[in-house]
Design a protein around this ligand. Structure first.
Ligand code: ZN
Length: 327
């Protein structure tokens, strides 16, 4: 058995705690053609000290790299759709209040995928730059005329007023190393934005194994084993604080309950509700698939909008987002 196939963490990657509880191994795997040989040797653990759920032991960097370079990765961020269009507009409406007036209108999307977020930011008047290690994503970004690189060293220092991570941070093997890079490239007064799946979302809490086995409800540990950590507001804030960042705002995005409502019309409600009900990137199956235009006019606020806002305000939304600054 090649021990280098897997990496075992002796300390929690967030709190350095050493007391873990082994969790059941998820039944649905991303990339079985790469990870199947590791079955029985990788798994999920829960830190008894900070509550982080994380993959441990986890696939080696070589296995993860082989997966991201492979042809099946088009089911994930390379679709570029997770934070494109209206979703980008919504996120920016939450980020903008935290951007100092003097910060340059220059954005780096770290893990740019197919470039969906950057395309929208370019339309909004931002200067854009992308970092994308995946070949398919690089090609998609370049086809869209975006300035994107796969080399961190090519990124200029102190240049970006905003650095964004859209469903990328949970994939990182070494968040501290990446956060150090962000600090180098961030302009004075710049801000960091991170969006990850919310481990405390109502969907995640309701996604019991029996439902995952018998219905189309996805597992709580979605995208196992490439999501290496499942963050909630506390653990994401803690990992940022550990590396010298101060969280300015935390919010949740997306109801995430559409898959529980099997017969409900997908577009019930307003364009805003539709944006928030959109499945996360993992659910997109076709790269660069044309998205149905959202043309419904936005009606006056209704009761369900207030219900939704309360729900998101309770931190139950599908995705967790933070805006942070160097401490
Ligand atoms: Zn911990």
């Amino acid at each position: 058995m090649a021990t280098s196939d897997v990496v075992t963490l002796d300390e929690c990657p967030v709190c350095a705690g050493t007391r873990f509880e082994t969790l059941p191994t998820p039944g649905r795997w991303i990339g079985p053609e790469v990870f199947e040989p590791l079955r029985g040797r990788i798994g999920m653990m829960d830190c008894r000290e900070c509550g982080l759920a994380f993959v441990n032991p986890r696939p080696s960097s070589q296995h993860l790299g082989a997966f991201y370079a492979g042809s099946t990765y088009d089911c994930h961020e390379t679709s570029g759709s997770s934070s494109a269009g209206d979703t980008a507009d919504f996120l920016m409406s939450r980020i903008e209040p935290h951007l100092p007036a003097l910060a340059p209108r220059t954005v780096l999307d770290y893990g740019a995928g197919g470039g969906g977020f950057l395309i929208r930011m370019r339309e909004l008047g931002w200067r854009t730059r992308g970092l994308e290690p995946g070949q398919r994503g690089l090609e998609a970004c370049r086809a869209a005329g975006l300035d994107v690189t796969d080399a961190v060293d090519e990124l200029p220092s102190a240049a970006f007023g905003l650095v964004t991570f859209h469903h990328v941070f949970e994939h990182l093997e070494d968040p501290g190393e990446v956060l150090a890079t962000v600090r180098r490239v961030l302009a004075p007064d710049g801000r960091l934005f991170i969006e990850v799946p919310n481990y405390d979302s109502l969907r995640a809490k309701l996604a019991l194994p029996v439902l995952s086995r018998n219905t189309r409800v996805d597992e709580r540990f979605r995208a196992y084993p490439i999501h290496l950590a499942y963050y909630n507001a506390a653990t994401l804030g803690r990992v940022l604080a550990n590396h010298g960042w101060q969280v300015e705002a935390t919010f949740t995005v997306g109801m995430g309950l559409d898959e529980f409502l099997i017969d409900a019309p997908a577009n019930e409600g307003t364009s805003e509700a539709l944006v928030e009900a959109r499945p996360p990137a993992e659910k997109a199956v076709v790269p660069d698939a044309p998205r149905a235009p959202i043309e419904a006019p936005v009606p006056p606020r209704k009761l369900r909008h207030h219900v939704r806002d309360a729900y998101l305000g309770l931190g139950l939304g599908e995705n967790l987002a933070v805006v942070a600054r160097p401490a």
